[in-house]
Write a protein that binds this ligand. Sequence first.
Ligand SMILES: [Zn+2]
Length: 414
Amino acid sequence: MITNIRLPFGLHQDRGLVHVDEVSGGKKCRCVCPSCFAPLIAAKGNLKQHHFKHAVNTSCENGLESAVHLAAKKIIKEKNSLTLPEYILQVSLKDNRGIEHYENEIIVKKGSVISFDNIIEEKLIQNIKVDLLARINNKYLAVEIFYRHKVDDEKSNKIKDIGLSAIEINLSQLKVNDIKNWDSFWLYINNPENIAWLHNVKADIEKDKLKQRLDVKIKEVEKRYIEEDKIFKMKQEKEKKILKKSIAKIEQLSSLESINKIKKLGVSHQAWINAKKYIPFSWDDIPCFLNVNTPNCDWIYGCDRRVWQVSVYSYFILKLGVGALFTTKNVDKWLQNTVGCKVPSEIKSVFTYKNKYPQLIPNRIGESITSSWKTLNIFFRCLCDYGILRYLGPDDSKSGSYLYEVISIKTQKE
Ligand SMILES: [Zn+2]
Protein backbone atom coordinates (compact mmCIF):
# COMPACT_ATOMS: atom_id res chain seq x y z
CA MET A 1 0.00 0.00 0.00
CA ILE A 2 2.79 2.41 0.92
CA THR A 3 4.52 3.68 -2.17
CA ASN A 4 8.29 3.77 -2.21
CA ILE A 5 8.74 7.48 -1.86
CA ARG A 6 11.79 8.75 -0.03
CA LEU A 7 11.92 11.33 2.71
CA PRO A 8 11.19 14.65 0.93
CA PHE A 9 11.05 16.94 3.97
CA GLY A 10 13.49 17.64 6.81
CA LEU A 11 13.58 19.86 9.88
CA HIS A 12 15.95 22.74 9.20
CA GLN A 13 17.89 24.09 12.17
CA ASP A 14 16.62 27.63 11.56
CA ARG A 15 13.78 27.43 9.14
CA GLY A 16 11.61 24.59 10.41
CA LEU A 17 10.23 22.08 7.95
CA VAL A 18 11.76 22.41 4.48
CA HIS A 19 11.59 20.56 1.19
CA VAL A 20 14.86 18.96 0.08
CA ASP A 21 15.03 21.36 -2.88
CA GLU A 22 15.19 24.34 -0.52
CA VAL A 23 18.51 23.32 1.00
CA SER A 24 22.12 22.72 -0.08
CA GLY A 25 23.12 19.19 -0.98
CA GLY A 26 24.93 16.75 1.29
CA LYS A 27 25.73 17.38 4.93
CA LYS A 28 25.50 21.13 4.49
CA CYS A 29 21.69 20.91 4.47
CA ARG A 30 21.60 21.53 8.25
CA CYS A 31 18.51 19.36 8.66
CA VAL A 32 17.49 16.67 11.12
CA CYS A 33 14.90 13.89 10.89
CA PRO A 34 11.44 15.06 12.04
CA SER A 35 11.02 11.83 13.96
CA CYS A 36 14.33 10.80 15.54
CA PHE A 37 16.06 14.19 15.17
CA ALA A 38 19.27 12.56 13.83
CA PRO A 39 21.19 14.60 11.24
CA LEU A 40 20.14 14.21 7.63
CA ILE A 41 22.03 14.35 4.34
CA ALA A 42 20.32 15.92 1.32
CA ALA A 43 20.80 13.47 -1.55
CA LYS A 44 20.57 15.65 -4.64
CA GLY A 45 22.11 13.59 -7.38
CA ASN A 46 21.02 13.50 -11.00
CA LEU A 47 19.61 10.00 -11.14
CA LYS A 48 17.16 9.65 -8.30
CA GLN A 49 14.46 11.95 -6.98
CA HIS A 50 16.07 14.36 -4.53
CA HIS A 51 15.55 13.22 -0.96
CA PHE A 52 16.89 13.22 2.58
CA LYS A 53 18.58 10.29 4.24
CA HIS A 54 19.86 9.75 7.74
CA ALA A 55 23.56 10.63 7.98
CA VAL A 56 24.18 7.52 10.03
CA ASN A 57 22.29 4.32 9.33
CA THR A 58 19.56 4.11 11.96
CA SER A 59 16.52 2.02 12.59
CA CYS A 60 14.29 5.13 12.35
CA GLU A 61 11.01 3.99 10.87
CA ASN A 62 8.77 6.98 11.34
CA GLY A 63 10.77 9.69 9.64
CA LEU A 64 8.75 9.62 6.43
CA GLU A 65 5.39 9.46 8.18
CA SER A 66 6.22 12.33 10.53
CA ALA A 67 7.55 14.40 7.65
CA VAL A 68 4.45 13.88 5.51
CA HIS A 69 2.19 14.75 8.45
CA LEU A 70 4.15 17.85 9.36
CA ALA A 71 4.37 18.99 5.76
CA ALA A 72 0.64 18.52 5.16
CA LYS A 73 -0.26 20.51 8.27
CA LYS A 74 2.23 23.21 7.41
CA ILE A 75 0.95 23.77 3.89
CA ILE A 76 -2.73 23.65 4.85
CA LYS A 77 -2.04 26.30 7.48
CA GLU A 78 -0.13 28.37 4.99
CA LYS A 79 -2.80 28.18 2.28
CA ASN A 80 -5.49 28.60 4.94
CA SER A 81 -8.10 26.98 2.68
CA LEU A 82 -9.14 23.67 1.20
CA THR A 83 -11.29 22.38 -1.64
CA LEU A 84 -13.89 20.15 -0.06
CA PRO A 85 -15.23 16.92 -1.51
CA GLU A 86 -18.86 16.81 -2.53
CA TYR A 87 -21.28 15.59 0.10
CA ILE A 88 -24.56 14.16 -1.14
CA LEU A 89 -26.92 13.06 1.55
CA GLN A 90 -29.18 10.19 0.61
CA VAL A 91 -31.85 8.59 2.72
CA SER A 92 -33.91 5.60 1.70
CA LEU A 93 -37.03 3.98 3.06
CA LYS A 94 -39.14 1.04 1.96
CA ASP A 95 -42.87 1.30 1.36
CA ASN A 96 -45.35 -1.40 2.38
CA ARG A 97 -44.69 -3.25 -0.87
CA GLY A 98 -40.97 -3.41 -0.13
CA ILE A 99 -40.07 -0.90 -2.84
CA GLU A 100 -37.24 1.40 -1.82
CA HIS A 101 -37.62 5.17 -2.20
CA TYR A 102 -34.85 7.75 -2.06
CA GLU A 103 -34.38 11.41 -1.27
CA ASN A 104 -31.13 13.20 -2.00
CA GLU A 105 -29.73 16.52 -1.00
CA ILE A 106 -26.44 18.14 -1.82
CA ILE A 107 -24.90 19.22 1.46
CA VAL A 108 -21.53 20.30 0.05
CA LYS A 109 -21.34 21.29 -3.59
CA LYS A 110 -18.66 19.85 -5.81
CA GLY A 111 -15.63 22.12 -5.92
CA SER A 112 -16.54 24.11 -2.80
CA VAL A 113 -13.53 26.03 -1.50
CA ILE A 114 -13.52 27.12 2.13
CA SER A 115 -11.21 29.61 3.76
CA PHE A 116 -10.52 29.28 7.46
CA ASP A 117 -10.98 32.04 10.03
CA ASN A 118 -8.51 30.19 12.13
CA ILE A 119 -6.68 26.84 12.09
CA ILE A 120 -4.70 25.11 14.84
CA GLU A 121 -2.67 21.93 15.05
CA GLU A 122 -3.04 18.93 17.31
CA LYS A 123 -6.07 20.27 19.07
CA LEU A 124 -7.60 18.24 21.87
CA ILE A 125 -11.34 18.54 21.69
CA GLN A 126 -13.44 16.59 24.23
CA ASN A 127 -10.63 14.04 24.62
CA ILE A 128 -10.19 13.55 20.89
CA LYS A 129 -6.95 14.79 19.39
CA VAL A 130 -7.36 15.96 15.82
CA ASP A 131 -4.52 16.80 13.41
CA LEU A 132 -5.98 20.19 12.52
CA LEU A 133 -9.01 22.06 13.76
CA ALA A 134 -10.31 24.82 11.52
CA ARG A 135 -12.91 27.42 12.38
CA ILE A 136 -15.18 28.86 9.69
CA ASN A 137 -18.02 31.23 10.71
CA ASN A 138 -18.02 29.84 14.23
CA LYS A 139 -18.31 26.30 12.93
CA TYR A 140 -15.57 23.77 13.32
CA LEU A 141 -14.02 21.35 10.88
CA ALA A 142 -11.50 18.72 11.92
CA VAL A 143 -8.89 17.79 9.30
CA GLU A 144 -7.23 14.42 9.65
CA ILE A 145 -4.12 13.42 7.72
CA PHE A 146 -3.97 9.76 6.69
CA TYR A 147 -0.60 8.50 5.58
CA ARG A 148 -0.15 5.20 7.38
CA HIS A 149 -2.93 5.25 9.92
CA LYS A 150 -6.49 5.78 8.86
CA VAL A 151 -8.93 7.19 11.41
CA ASP A 152 -10.35 4.08 13.05
CA ASP A 153 -14.01 3.38 13.80
CA GLU A 154 -13.65 4.26 17.44
CA LYS A 155 -12.34 7.72 16.72
CA SER A 156 -14.77 8.15 13.86
CA ASN A 157 -17.68 7.34 16.17
CA LYS A 158 -16.41 9.74 18.81
CA ILE A 159 -16.26 12.49 16.19
CA LYS A 160 -19.90 11.76 15.32
CA ASP A 161 -20.89 11.62 18.98
CA ILE A 162 -19.55 15.05 19.78
CA GLY A 163 -21.07 16.49 16.62
CA LEU A 164 -17.91 17.59 14.88
CA SER A 165 -17.61 17.88 11.11
CA ALA A 166 -14.47 16.14 9.92
CA ILE A 167 -12.61 15.26 6.75
CA GLU A 168 -9.71 12.91 6.16
CA ILE A 169 -7.02 13.61 3.59
CA ASN A 170 -5.70 10.38 2.17
CA LEU A 171 -1.97 10.64 1.44
CA SER A 172 -1.34 6.90 1.51
CA GLN A 173 -1.00 6.73 -2.26
CA LEU A 174 1.50 9.57 -2.66
CA LYS A 175 3.79 9.08 -5.65
CA VAL A 176 7.27 10.46 -6.22
CA ASN A 177 5.88 13.18 -8.49
CA ASP A 178 3.37 14.33 -5.88
CA ILE A 179 6.16 15.36 -3.52
CA LYS A 180 8.72 16.73 -5.94
CA ASN A 181 8.07 20.21 -4.53
CA TRP A 182 5.67 22.10 -2.29
CA ASP A 183 3.40 23.01 -5.22
CA SER A 184 2.88 19.44 -6.35
CA PHE A 185 2.29 18.41 -2.74
CA TRP A 186 -0.37 21.11 -2.34
CA LEU A 187 -2.02 20.10 -5.61
CA TYR A 188 -2.38 16.60 -4.22
CA ILE A 189 -3.72 17.70 -0.83
CA ASN A 190 -6.16 20.21 -2.27
CA ASN A 191 -7.64 17.64 -4.67
CA PRO A 192 -11.11 16.64 -3.34
CA GLU A 193 -10.63 13.19 -4.82
CA ASN A 194 -8.08 12.56 -2.11
CA ILE A 195 -10.36 13.79 0.68
CA ALA A 196 -13.23 11.95 2.33
CA TRP A 197 -15.91 13.13 4.72
CA LEU A 198 -15.78 11.43 8.12
CA HIS A 199 -18.74 13.34 9.42
CA ASN A 200 -20.84 16.32 8.43
CA VAL A 201 -22.95 18.08 11.03
CA LYS A 202 -25.22 19.77 8.50
CA ALA A 203 -25.99 16.40 6.92
CA ASP A 204 -26.90 15.07 10.34
CA ILE A 205 -29.47 17.82 10.80
CA GLU A 206 -30.79 17.59 7.25
CA LYS A 207 -31.16 13.83 7.52
CA ASP A 208 -34.21 14.08 9.76
CA LYS A 209 -35.84 16.61 7.47
CA LEU A 210 -35.14 14.39 4.49
CA LYS A 211 -36.64 11.40 6.28
CA GLN A 212 -39.79 13.38 7.02
CA ARG A 213 -40.01 14.40 3.38
CA LEU A 214 -39.58 10.79 2.33
CA ASP A 215 -42.24 9.72 4.80
CA VAL A 216 -44.76 12.06 3.21
CA LYS A 217 -43.80 10.80 -0.22
CA ILE A 218 -44.23 7.17 0.81
CA LYS A 219 -47.61 7.85 2.40
CA GLU A 220 -48.72 9.27 -0.96
CA VAL A 221 -47.41 6.22 -2.75
CA GLU A 222 -49.20 3.90 -0.36
CA LYS A 223 -52.41 5.83 -0.82
CA ARG A 224 -52.03 5.30 -4.55
CA TYR A 225 -51.51 1.57 -3.95
CA ILE A 226 -54.90 1.39 -2.22
CA GLU A 227 -56.53 3.09 -5.21
CA GLU A 228 -54.72 0.78 -7.61
CA ASP A 229 -55.83 -2.26 -5.61
CA LYS A 230 -59.41 -1.06 -5.73
CA ILE A 231 -59.28 -0.59 -9.50
CA PHE A 232 -57.56 -3.95 -9.92
CA LYS A 233 -60.21 -5.73 -7.87
CA MET A 234 -62.98 -4.00 -9.80
CA LYS A 235 -61.38 -5.07 -13.07
CA GLN A 236 -61.12 -8.63 -11.79
CA GLU A 237 -64.76 -8.66 -10.72
CA LYS A 238 -65.76 -7.41 -14.14
CA GLU A 239 -63.68 -10.07 -15.88
CA LYS A 240 -65.07 -12.81 -13.65
CA LYS A 241 -68.58 -11.66 -14.43
CA ILE A 242 -67.89 -11.80 -18.17
CA LEU A 243 -66.34 -15.24 -17.78
CA LYS A 244 -69.26 -16.62 -15.76
CA LYS A 245 -71.75 -15.23 -18.22
CA SER A 246 -69.79 -16.66 -21.15
CA ILE A 247 -69.59 -20.08 -19.54
CA ALA A 248 -73.33 -20.07 -18.93
CA LYS A 249 -73.92 -19.11 -22.56
CA ILE A 250 -71.62 -21.86 -23.85
CA GLU A 251 -73.28 -24.39 -21.59
CA GLN A 252 -76.61 -23.35 -22.98
CA LEU A 253 -75.38 -23.42 -26.61
CA SER A 254 -73.78 -26.83 -26.19
CA SER A 255 -76.75 -28.37 -24.41
CA LEU A 256 -78.53 -31.26 -26.07
CA GLU A 257 -81.71 -29.23 -26.31
CA SER A 258 -79.98 -26.42 -28.15
CA ILE A 259 -78.11 -28.78 -30.48
CA ASN A 260 -81.35 -30.58 -31.36
CA LYS A 261 -82.90 -27.27 -32.27
CA ILE A 262 -79.91 -26.37 -34.48
CA LYS A 263 -80.09 -29.78 -36.18
CA LYS A 264 -83.73 -29.31 -37.00
CA LEU A 265 -82.92 -26.02 -38.68
CA GLY A 266 -80.01 -27.49 -40.67
CA VAL A 267 -81.79 -28.01 -43.94
CA SER A 268 -83.24 -24.52 -43.98
CA HIS A 269 -79.93 -22.81 -43.08
CA GLN A 270 -78.93 -20.16 -45.61
CA ALA A 271 -75.40 -21.63 -45.88
CA TRP A 272 -76.80 -25.00 -46.96
CA ILE A 273 -79.13 -23.30 -49.43
CA ASN A 274 -76.13 -21.52 -50.97
CA ALA A 275 -73.80 -24.53 -50.97
CA LYS A 276 -76.20 -27.19 -52.21
CA LYS A 277 -76.15 -25.67 -55.72
CA TYR A 278 -72.51 -26.71 -56.07
CA ILE A 279 -72.49 -30.19 -54.55
CA PRO A 280 -73.81 -33.39 -56.01
CA PHE A 281 -75.45 -34.61 -52.77
CA SER A 282 -78.83 -34.01 -51.23
CA TRP A 283 -79.31 -33.27 -47.50
CA ASP A 284 -80.29 -36.87 -46.75
CA ASP A 285 -77.47 -38.19 -48.88
CA ILE A 286 -74.50 -36.27 -47.40
CA PRO A 287 -71.44 -38.56 -47.31
CA CYS A 288 -69.76 -39.38 -43.99
CA PHE A 289 -66.64 -37.26 -44.83
CA LEU A 290 -68.94 -34.20 -44.70
CA ASN A 291 -70.69 -35.34 -41.55
CA VAL A 292 -67.62 -35.69 -39.35
CA ASN A 293 -68.33 -35.68 -35.66
CA THR A 294 -65.64 -33.41 -34.22
CA PRO A 295 -65.74 -31.76 -30.77
CA ASN A 296 -68.38 -29.04 -30.52
CA CYS A 297 -69.09 -29.37 -34.23
CA ASP A 298 -72.85 -28.89 -33.87
CA TRP A 299 -72.93 -25.59 -32.11
CA ILE A 300 -69.59 -23.78 -32.49
CA TYR A 301 -70.54 -22.33 -35.92
CA GLY A 302 -74.16 -21.91 -34.85
CA CYS A 303 -75.34 -24.61 -37.32
CA ASP A 304 -75.53 -28.34 -37.89
CA ARG A 305 -72.05 -29.73 -38.66
CA ARG A 306 -73.17 -30.77 -42.16
CA VAL A 307 -73.93 -27.15 -43.02
CA TRP A 308 -70.46 -25.78 -42.39
CA GLN A 309 -68.61 -28.88 -43.59
CA VAL A 310 -70.51 -28.88 -46.90
CA SER A 311 -69.85 -25.14 -47.24
CA VAL A 312 -66.11 -25.59 -46.75
CA TYR A 313 -66.08 -28.53 -49.17
CA SER A 314 -68.01 -26.68 -51.86
CA TYR A 315 -65.66 -23.72 -51.89
CA PHE A 316 -62.16 -24.80 -50.79
CA ILE A 317 -62.20 -28.24 -52.43
CA LEU A 318 -64.71 -28.38 -55.27
CA LYS A 319 -64.32 -24.80 -56.44
CA LEU A 320 -60.58 -24.26 -55.88
CA GLY A 321 -59.78 -27.78 -57.05
CA VAL A 322 -56.82 -30.15 -56.85
CA GLY A 323 -53.58 -28.35 -55.94
CA ALA A 324 -55.34 -25.57 -53.99
CA LEU A 325 -53.77 -24.57 -50.67
CA PHE A 326 -55.51 -23.14 -47.64
CA THR A 327 -54.98 -22.64 -43.93
CA THR A 328 -57.19 -23.18 -40.90
CA LYS A 329 -57.19 -19.43 -40.34
CA ASN A 330 -58.41 -18.70 -43.91
CA VAL A 331 -61.26 -21.18 -43.70
CA ASP A 332 -62.42 -19.98 -40.29
CA LYS A 333 -62.42 -16.38 -41.46
CA TRP A 334 -64.35 -17.28 -44.61
CA LEU A 335 -66.92 -19.32 -42.68
CA GLN A 336 -67.56 -16.56 -40.20
CA ASN A 337 -67.40 -13.51 -42.44
CA THR A 338 -68.55 -14.72 -45.85
CA VAL A 339 -70.86 -17.63 -45.05
CA GLY A 340 -72.15 -16.13 -41.81
CA CYS A 341 -71.44 -19.17 -39.62
CA LYS A 342 -70.44 -17.06 -36.61
CA VAL A 343 -68.57 -18.46 -33.63
CA PRO A 344 -70.17 -17.14 -30.43
CA SER A 345 -68.15 -14.28 -28.96
CA GLU A 346 -68.34 -16.01 -25.57
CA ILE A 347 -65.74 -18.54 -26.78
CA LYS A 348 -63.20 -15.76 -27.06
CA SER A 349 -64.02 -14.48 -23.56
CA VAL A 350 -63.56 -17.94 -22.07
CA PHE A 351 -60.22 -18.30 -23.85
CA THR A 352 -59.10 -14.88 -22.65
CA TYR A 353 -59.83 -15.52 -18.98
CA LYS A 354 -59.78 -19.26 -18.41
CA ASN A 355 -56.14 -19.39 -17.32
CA LYS A 356 -56.56 -16.34 -15.10
CA TYR A 357 -59.51 -17.78 -13.19
CA PRO A 358 -59.25 -21.56 -13.58
CA GLN A 359 -61.36 -22.03 -10.47
CA LEU A 360 -64.35 -20.65 -12.37
CA ILE A 361 -64.15 -23.19 -15.19
CA PRO A 362 -66.44 -26.14 -14.43
CA ASN A 363 -64.82 -29.53 -14.96
CA ARG A 364 -67.43 -30.58 -17.48
CA ILE A 365 -66.51 -27.73 -19.81
CA GLY A 366 -62.83 -27.42 -18.86
CA GLU A 367 -61.79 -30.40 -20.98
CA SER A 368 -64.10 -29.87 -23.91
CA ILE A 369 -63.72 -26.12 -24.32
CA THR A 370 -62.25 -25.61 -27.70
CA SER A 371 -61.79 -23.11 -30.46
CA SER A 372 -63.28 -23.20 -33.91
CA TRP A 373 -59.73 -23.72 -35.27
CA LYS A 374 -59.41 -26.96 -33.30
CA THR A 375 -62.77 -28.12 -34.60
CA LEU A 376 -61.70 -27.33 -38.17
CA ASN A 377 -58.30 -29.02 -37.80
CA ILE A 378 -59.89 -32.28 -36.64
CA PHE A 379 -62.25 -32.12 -39.62
CA PHE A 380 -59.31 -31.51 -42.01
CA ARG A 381 -57.29 -34.39 -40.53
CA CYS A 382 -60.29 -36.56 -41.26
CA LEU A 383 -60.34 -35.34 -44.87
CA CYS A 384 -56.62 -36.22 -44.99
CA ASP A 385 -57.53 -39.76 -43.90
CA TYR A 386 -60.09 -39.89 -46.71
CA GLY A 387 -57.35 -38.92 -49.17
CA ILE A 388 -58.99 -35.61 -50.04
CA LEU A 389 -56.43 -33.33 -48.35
CA ARG A 390 -52.75 -33.46 -47.56
CA TYR A 391 -51.42 -31.97 -44.34
CA LEU A 392 -48.47 -29.65 -45.07
CA GLY A 393 -47.52 -28.54 -41.55
CA PRO A 394 -47.98 -25.45 -39.39
CA ASP A 395 -49.03 -22.11 -40.82
CA ASP A 396 -45.99 -19.94 -40.06
CA SER A 397 -48.09 -16.80 -39.70
CA LYS A 398 -50.30 -18.05 -36.85
CA SER A 399 -49.87 -20.72 -34.25
CA GLY A 400 -52.78 -23.18 -34.12
CA SER A 401 -53.39 -22.75 -37.85
CA TYR A 402 -52.14 -25.38 -40.35
CA LEU A 403 -51.60 -25.61 -44.08
CA TYR A 404 -53.49 -28.12 -46.25
CA GLU A 405 -53.48 -29.02 -49.94
CA VAL A 406 -56.38 -30.45 -51.97
CA ILE A 407 -55.18 -33.71 -53.52
CA SER A 408 -58.34 -35.34 -54.78
CA ILE A 409 -62.03 -34.60 -55.17
CA LYS A 410 -64.72 -37.02 -54.20
CA THR A 411 -68.14 -36.60 -55.69
CA GLN A 412 -69.47 -40.03 -54.82
CA LYS A 413 -70.79 -41.13 -51.51
CA GLU A 414 -68.50 -43.82 -50.15
ZN1 LIG B 1 14.68 9.55 11.79
